[in-house]
Design a protein around this ligand. Structure first.
Ligand SMILES: Cc1cc2nc3c(=O)[nH]c(=O)nc-3n(C[C@H](O)[C@H](O)[C@H](O)COP(=O)(O)OP(=O)(O)OC[C@H]3O[C@@H](n4cnc5c(N)ncnc54)[C@H](O)[C@@H]3O)c2cc1C
Length: 686
């Protein structure tokens, strides 16, 4: 009877297995069905070459149906499996789950990138797993060079031309070498970029690069890469990625616009879902690659922990192992169909190859160690032959030939035109943007606090406002289509929701309440003094402390009751009460109108219970330090619609010392302006 063999995953292992099965089984004997998420198989070893432009993106993606004749290829995600009823489930065109029965099931769906190992990588680092990843990274690198060419700010240029690769394994070394080649080979086309501006850095947490190869080759690789300009940081662990760069665990911060992450993989969601036994997220198999208790379910490749009978160890997640396992699994399936004994997986590793950039490579093939140009030719020759289709071999061969003669293409084809809503994380002290930078995004603070910095000169800036959760910024520059007038610096670690320009314009145009809120915020934030420079001068020359009035009521601590505050305010005629913690630092304020909130508290109805002030106080209150300029303090009051705010001792000591009242500021402002006018010599009429 005709059998159906379903293969989930059309990568290295799946394609090899399907080919081997079809070679030995006629279409009358078995239907072979391959489910693969994409319609192509990705040749990962050449992804780094796509980044540098030596190979075209489409030439490392082989369409599966062109590789496999007489095989049913389905570009669909398998969503679940039921080994008891022998069914695979997949989502069909109608978005509903459909199922297909199988006689034998092969699971070889690889693994996925796990950027969440390091904070911020998910949002700010570039992975390298798919053709899209490689293409996008290439696009990013060229974009940075274009921007650096026209950027006058030295610090920003440095960040644009610094490329950090996290991970010093094969992929990390290869991609760092390729980025280094691309950038350094291309600077002759850029008049303002100099060799010394470029930094390509590998951050590797172990004490040696490429731990899988021999000491001699490793030293060679490191020396050659360093000579070519790659900085190698060993024993250095990444801690957090931000839009500004990479923080290391030892406190070092590398300012860089491009961070590539080549470490971290995790289990495919489908495998995660299955209840079969797993080891470190990989399916545990029998030695013949069938699953324990399920002789018709097979697993291999990166998603399975297959023991290699050659050395008794779990096979490493490498293409050469997946391919061999695919071929061997096909033989075992046929053996089982014919009630014959199956064979354990046994394979002697052929060797390792790694290109290190600059037309150099290191290779260890069956004990023969090669390095330099010869190894590079061997590397290219072997991978050319390993490409899954003859068409790809010819195309890549021609591209490599041309690459030896002509410069790499620098056309910046934008991979992603659609601006998105993303989330960005920043560390304390990071700048979200700086004055003078073009406005491209709108930000809403999700967690933490940012400072708005007004600049008097390039070197001197003053904090004029602090924004916290729920507040937003970046809208005025976007709406006015101009560069930023202020800088935004993170006072604490901050998480923001970020709207790209395109989506922000669409949403703000369509949503009336948002437009009104933005207009109001924009009006508030625009300098009221810009039309009256005299007043601006007056406010900038005086400090908040100089107009500070005493607090009418002494601060209370957090354990005080609302009743005490109420009596205190009444007795002293105060309409503002500061609440302080044990260190006497301001933690909240209560105004007369806040007192009304106590009525909503259920405890208020109980005469025996004292409602604590913490129940009704305004947390994270708006305040200014004594040394803060009046201009900054008034801007804060305007932003928050407040007539008075507490004044604290200093930026570092939040002990309340007094209060600033807007009426007093207005009187002072008028008096000072009039005095100035009187001092000015009167104009002489001609
Ligand atoms: C940048 C990079 C460079 C590398 N360089 C080398 C190298 O030089 N030498 C080497 O030996 N190895 C290298 N590797 C490792 C090698 O690529 C993997 O070991 C190999 O791809 C594993 O093969 P596989 O068949 O198990 O999985 P894959 O080749 O990853 O194929 C899995 C396929 O399954 C599909 N899939 C997953 N889930 C589902 C689902 N639910 N439904 C349908 N389809 C699904 C995926 O889309 C994918 O196409 C490299 C890897 C990377 C990322």
């Amino acid at each position: 009877m005709k059998k159906r063999i379903v293969i989930v995953g059309g990568g290295f292992g799946g394609v090899k297995c399907a080919r081997a099965l079809r070679k030995h089984l006629t279409p009358d004997q078995a239907d072979i069905v391959v489910f693969n998420r994409e319609n192509h198989m990705v040749f990962h070893p050449l992804l780094a070459e796509v980044v540098s432009g030596s190979v075209q993106a489409k030439d490392v993606a082989a369409p599966i149906r062109q590789l496999l004749s007489h095989v049913q290829c389905r570009s669909q995600d398998v969503t679940n499996i039921d080994p008891d009823t022998k069914k695979v489930f997949y989502e069909a065109f109608d978005m509903k789950p459909h199922s297909m029965e199988y006689d034998h099931l092969v699971l070889c769906c690889g693994n996925i990138v796990n950027l969440s190992l390091i904070e911020g990588m998910d949002d700010h680092a570039f992975p390298l797993k798919t053709v899209g990843d490689a293409f996008k990274l290439q696009s990013q690198i060229i974009e940075q060079m274009e921007e650096a060419e026209v950027c006058d700010c030295g610090e920003r240029r440095k960040a644009l031309l610094t490329f950090v690769v996290v991970g010093g394994g094969f992929s990390g070394v290869e991609v760092a070498g390729e980025i280094n080649d691309l950038v350094r080979d291309s600077i002759r086309f850029y008049t303002n970029i100099h060799e010394s501006d470029i930094k390509v850095i590998i951050v590797h947490s172990h004490k040696q690069l490429l731990p899988e190869i021999s000491e001699h080759l490793r030293v060679f690789a490191q020396e050659r890469m360093e000579k070519a300009g790659v900085t190698i940081m060993l024993n250095a662990s990444a801690k957090m990625a931000t839009p500004e760069g990479l923080h290391l665990k030892d406190g070092t911060f590398i300012r860089a616009n491009t961070v590539v992450c080549t470490i971290g993989t995790t289990t495919q969601p489908l495998i995660e879902k299955l209840s079969f036994k797993k080891e470190h997220g990989r399916l545990v198999t029998e030695t013949d690659m069938s699953l324990p208790g399920y002789p018709n379910v097979w697993a291999f490749g990166d998603c399975a922990a297959v023991i290699n009978a050659q050395d008794g160890k779990v096979s490493p997640p490498l293409a050469q192992f997946s391919e061999r396992q695919g071929a061997q699994a096909a033989k075992n399936i046929i053996a089982r169909m014919n009630n014959q004994p199956t064979l354990p997986f046994k394979y002697e590793m052929q060797g390792v190859l790694c290109a290190i950039g600059g037309r150099d490579a290191v290779a260890d093939i069956r004990g023969i160690r090669l390095s330099g140009l010869l190894a590079w030719f061997v590397w290219r020759g072997i991978y050319l032959l390993k490409l899954p289709s003859f068409t790809q071999q010819v195309k890549v061969g021609i591209e490599w030939g041309l690459d030896l003669m002509f410069p790499r293409p620098l056309a910046h084809l934008k991979a992603d035109q659609t601006t998105r809503i993303t989330r960005s994380r920043y560390a304390e002290g990071d700048f979200v943007f700086k004055r003078g930078e073009p406005a491209t995004e709108f930000y809403i603070v999700e967690e933490g606090e940012v400072e708005v910095i007004q600049h008097e000169s390039d070197n001197h800036g003053e904090t004029i406002a602090v924004m916290g959760k729920g507040e937003f910024f970046g809208e005025s520059s976007l709406l006015d289509r101009r560069t930023h007038n202020h800088s935004i610096r993170c006072k604490t670690a901050v998480t923001c929701t970020v709207f790209g320009r395109h989506i922000f314009t669409q949403v703000s145009a369509a949503l009336m309440p948002l437009r009104t809120a933005l207009a109001k915020a924009s009006r508030n934030r625009s300098s009221i003094w810009k039309e009256i420079p005299d007043v601006k001068d007056v406010l900038e020359l005086a400090t908040a402390g100089s107009l500070m009035e005493p607090l009418l009521m002494a601060p209370v601590n957090t354990s005080a009751s609302v009743e005490t505050v109420c009596q205190g305010m009444d007795a002293h005629g105060a309409d503002l009460c500061c609440v302080v913690d044990e260190q006497q630092h301001l933690v909240g304020v209560i105004t007369r109108s806040d007192l009304l909130r106590v009525i909503d508290k259920p405890a208020f109805a109980d005469p025996d219970v004292d409602v604590p002030v913490t129940e009704i106080m305004v947390l994270k209150p708006v305040f200014a330090a004594q040394e803060c300029t009046l201009a900054a303090a008034v801007a804060l009051m305007r932003d928050h619609d407040l007539k008075q705010i507490p004044i604290v001792d200093s930026k570092d000591n939040k002990t309340p010392r007094g209060r600033l009242n807007i009426e007093k500021v207005v009187v002072y402002m008028l008096k000072e302006s009039m005095q100035r006018k009187q001092k000015q010599p009167s104009a002489v009429a001609h």
